[in-house]
Design a protein around this ligand. Structure first.
Ligand code: PLP
Length: 397
């Protein structure tokens, strides 16, 4: 049987593999604290769940329009207006089964052999995977610890060539929690005026999970770029709805029909009841979103100060999302060795920085979407693990 070669170039998301291994170890009776997978540990707020149930009871059992139900697209346009600072067109909104689908559509729309796509490194592994899948050349934008893992406009602009078709941006970022300063977004918007052939995929899935003085700035706020910006967001992280598989995107006018056609060719439309739940999420009370954000903030402070107390580890303060990305290079372990050692011997699931790109060597991603108590226990386990002499273990490490 011969399949296409591009399939062999697809990468994966290690977080799912670590989750499976952590669950298997827990099923064998091992005590396991999961700081691996990136999803809120809270349930979906009850009024959203009720709206989904009501939609089923009310008979929303059939197909919906491929681009999403009109009232949901209107609610998304209204939601994005505060980010854009101007009225937006609901007909440019596409409701998709999860934020990842926007990524797939955007990268496959621009990637092909000979094209270059700029993406942050380290970053969500699916960007690089999809760029490789299309045959385009992945051009890494190296994120630096000393910049708090935010990027400077100049760093991106200097990577643009005649072949650049797409730039992928993510702020607040996975896996680093880095947030890009609004003035850099402004500089980038100005610089992009010189490169009219380049589109930008703005992955803003963590835009409402921000801490301290950090502010979210979006390229969507620049009308002159409007025909080149693809905005990715959704319900998964903000409303603790990862399992509902629901996301939204805002597209250049010239791409809406093509992307809707991709939807028709792949999944027809998004689950109807989930769309009604998503509508309740956007139009209903937002207090649960704030409550979750505050809980994440408390845990963020606990994990960062706890990590910085451990010998060999240092951690910059993440400005958004729910990930800490400590530097572990002084421990003497590679990222993968420490991931394996912590998982198999210390009972802590965390992800090697290299799962997010080669530039993640020397770092570990810890998701703090877990209780304060578990975070404290995990920190203790990490500290004890590192305190043991390596030679005394039968470690794979
Ligand atoms: C940066 C980033 N973008 C997109 C997604 C995908 O979100 P969804 O679960 O809605 O597909 C994730 C999920 O972890 C993410 O971290």
């Amino acid at each position: 049987m011969q399949t296409v070669d591009s399939l062999n170039r697809l990468g994966t998301e290690t977080a799912f593999e670590v989750l499976a291994r952590a669950n298997a170890l827990a099923a064998q009776g091992h005590s396991m604290i999961n700081l691996g997978i990136g999803q809120p540990d809270f349930p979906t707020p009850p009024h959203i769940v009720e709206a989904g149930i009501k939609a089923l009871r009310d008979g929303h059992h059939g197909y919906t329009p491929a681009n999403g139900i009109p009232e949901l697209r209107e609610a998304v346009a209204a939601e994005l207006e505060s980010r854009a600072g101007r009225p937006l067109d609901p007909d440019r909104v596409l409701i998709v089964p999860g934020g990842k689908v926007t990524m797939f559509f955007a990268i496959t729309a621009f990637g092909e052999p000979g094209a270059e796509i700029i993406y942050p490194n380290p970053s969500f592994p699916i960007y690089e995977s999809l760029i490789n899948y299309t045959g385009a050349k992945p051009v890494p934008l190296m994120l630096k610890e000393e910049d708090g893992f935010g990027f400077k406009a100049e760093d991106i602009l200097s990577l643009i060539t005649e072949q650049t078709r797409l730039i992928v941006l993510n702020s607040p970022a996975n896996p680093t929690g880095g947030v890009v300063a609004p003035e850099e977004i402004e500089r980038l918007a100005e610089g992009l005026e010189q490169h009219p052939q380049v589109a930008v995929l703005c992955d803003e899935i963590y835009s409402r999970i921000l801490y301290g003085d950090h502010k979210h700035a979006s390229l969507l706020a620049y009308p002159s770029l409007s025909e080149r910006i693809i905005l990715l967001d959704g319900w998964s992280k903000t409303y603790a709805m990862t399992g509902w598989r629901l996301g939204y995107s805002y597209w250049p006018e010239s791409l809406v029909a093509k992307m809707t056609r991709l939807a028709v060719n792949s999944y027809s439309c998004v689950n109807a009841a989930a769309q009604h739940a998503g509508l309740a999420a956007l139009t209903g009370p937002q207090d649960e979103v704030e409550r979750m954000r505050q809980a994440f903030d408390q845990r963020r402070k606990a994990i960062v100060s706890g990590l910085n107390r451990i010998e060999g580890i240092s951690c910059v303060e993440p400005g958004g999302a729910f990930y800490a990305f400590p530097n572990i290079s002084a421990t003497g372990y590679t990222a993968k060795q420490l991931e394996e050692g912590l998982l198999e011997q210390a009972g802590v699931a965390a992800i090697a920085g290299t799962s997010f790109g080669a530039n993640g060597e020397g770092f570990l991603r810890l998701s703090y979407a877990n209780s304060l108590e578990n975070i404290e226990r995990a920190l203790e386990r990490i500290e004890n693990y590192l305190a043991e002499p390596r030679t005394s273990r039968s470690a794979s490490a």
